[in-house]
Design a binder for this molecule. Structure first.
Ligand SMILES: Cc1cc2nc3c(=O)[nH]c(=O)nc-3n(C[C@H](O)[C@H](O)[C@H](O)COP(=O)(O)OP(=O)(O)OC[C@H]3O[C@@H](n4cnc5c(N)ncnc54)[C@H](O)[C@@H]3O)c2cc1C
Length: 420
């Protein structure tokens, strides 16, 4: 009987784990909440992929007799220690597992600033996902602001879709960006070339460094943004503002399953094993580092889950991806001065309309939750939890099931089956 491995997430890490497990003769069940495989960077499904790693993996998986793919299927939690609660097609389906690889990726760190709740303001990755999903931006004016390489990737996506990118506003000073460039050149030549070709594609677009957002302006909809560099304020008229301050590992499911979290990421050892003997984790849920890290870790996790050693190439690839991750973290960690973007009357929890001033008197996340309902709306703190960690240093590591909004029908299915 072949070993069955369950994998949550069909991004680069999940596809890499799935491909490796199938190659090694296992059966796999791949579960993802999107309509098409690919996760964040390979969003949009096989027809749009240009990366051969994605195509190769999917060509093996598609129609393979030992591969079950559940798309449009969100894992909303767990029932008992070895059953995933999956909502798919509006129904609740318990999925028992013996070996589980978590490849749940990351989400954007959204930091509050005046006007961030206006229609037209999104995250940088959010705007990119909307454009890749077909939202028309042709001829529309876009400002992209925050910090990190995702700003450039988003600018490129917007530009190719016909948008007018009015400015890219990077919080880090030019000195730090130059050091990043030298770091890429000396240790990550391929990434240096990628960055150089992105810059070439974006030439002509104002690239403002050492700057931060002051406010997004507009009554019912976004009309423009104000950006501060040194003691100078610059106004940009725009229809979209994509504000990105980096990514945070998506650890909700891992926490619900009782895996140890360290520094906001799922803690793993050399074999990508979590603190639970039957659960492995790979990709951005174990730390932010991009597609190469996800692919390398996905492969090692699947091999380890099957009791197999990594090959001679696997460990150097993972080491190189971790060195890149460390360089990213050193360069683009959001600096304390970004806290100044959030004024006393700025809404921090947009589900429950809680302002910074109402949060200030409280000592921790739990006390603030009880007093203000911060983090208790539909998103269950997915956005404001990380924002409060940044603004006030509060830990928000509690996980409640369902970890995503679920239908009453699915929950009642689980209750009937005695799983919830
Ligand atoms: C919004 C956004 C946009 C990004 N755009 C780029 C880009 O353009 N270029 C770039 O280099 N990097 C981008 N990144 C970084 C990117 O995430 C990594 O480079 C790479 O995709 C990480 O691969 P992964 O497999 O770890 O995670 P992901 O690609 O994020 O895949 C994780 C998958 O797991 C699924 N999932 C998570 N939880 C559950 C659950 N409970 N139930 C079911 N499915 C679940 C997710 O929907 C997703 O499909 C982006 C990140 C984000 C958050």
């Amino acid at each position: 009987m072949k070993t069955l491995v369950h994998i949550v997430g069909s991004g680069p890490a999940g596809l890499s784990a799935a491909r490796t497990a199938l190659d090694a003769g296992a059966r796999i069940c791949l579960i993802d909440d999107n309509h098409a495989p690919g996760g964040q960077i390979w969003r949009g499904g096989p027809a749009r992929w240009t990366d051969a790693r994605a195509r190769d993996a999917w060509n093996l998986l598609r129609g393979h007799p030992d591969c079950t793919v559940m798309q449009d299927a969100q894992v909303i939690g767990c029932g008992g220690s070895r059953t995933l609660l999956v909502e798919t097609g509006g129904r609740g389906v318990p999925v028992p597992f013996e070996r589980l690889v978590l490849c749940s990726g990351s989400r954007e760190l959204s930091l509050p600033f005046p006007g961030w709740t206006l229609p037209g303001v999104t995250g940088a990755g959010g705007l990119q996902a909307l454009i890749k999903g077909g939202m028309p931006v042709c001829g529309r004016r876009v400002v992209i602001a925050g910090t990190g390489p995702l700003l450039l990737a988003t600018a490129s996506t917007a530009l190719r879709a016909g948008a007018h990118v009015a400015a890219i506003v990077e919080h880090q000073p030019w000195s730090r960006l130059s050091a990043f460039g030298f770091g890429l050149l000396s240790r990550h030549g391929r990434k240096f070339l990628q960055a150089a070709s992105l810059f070439a594609e974006l030439r002509g677009i104002p690239y403002v460094t050492g700057a931060r957002l002051v406010e997004a302006q507009g009554e019912d909809v976004l009309r423009g943004v104000v950006v501060r560099t040194g003691d100078r304020d610059i106004d940009y008229a725009c229809d979209f503002l994509a504000a990105g301050f980096g990514l945070v590992p998506n650890t909700d499911l891992a926490r619900a399953l009782g895996c140890e979290i360290v520094d906001g990421a799922i803690h793993v050892d050399d074999g990508q094993r979590t603190s639970r003997a039957d659960i492995w984790a790979a990709g951005e849920c174990t730390g932010i580092g991009g597609v190469d890290k996800a692919v390398a870790e996905g492969r090692i996790a699947a091999l380890d889950a099957l009791g197999l050693p990594p090959s001679g190439r696997d460990l150097p690839l993972r080491r190189a991806s971790h060195a890149f991750a460390a360089l990213l973290a050193r360069t683009f960690a959001p600096g304390a001065s970004l806290r100044a973007m959030c004024g006393p009357e700025t809404i921090v929890c947009r589900c429950e309309d809680v302002t910074r001033a109402r949060l200030l008197p409280h000592r921790d996340w739990r006390e603030a939750k009880l007093a203000t309902r911060v983090g208790m709306g539909p998103c269950q703190g997915k956005t404001c939890g990380a924002a409060c960690a940044f603004l006030f240093g509060w830990s928000h590591e509690d996980a409640r099931i369902p970890i995503m909004p679920a239908t009453a029908r699915a929950l009642s299915d689980f209750a009937k089956q005695g799983e919830a």
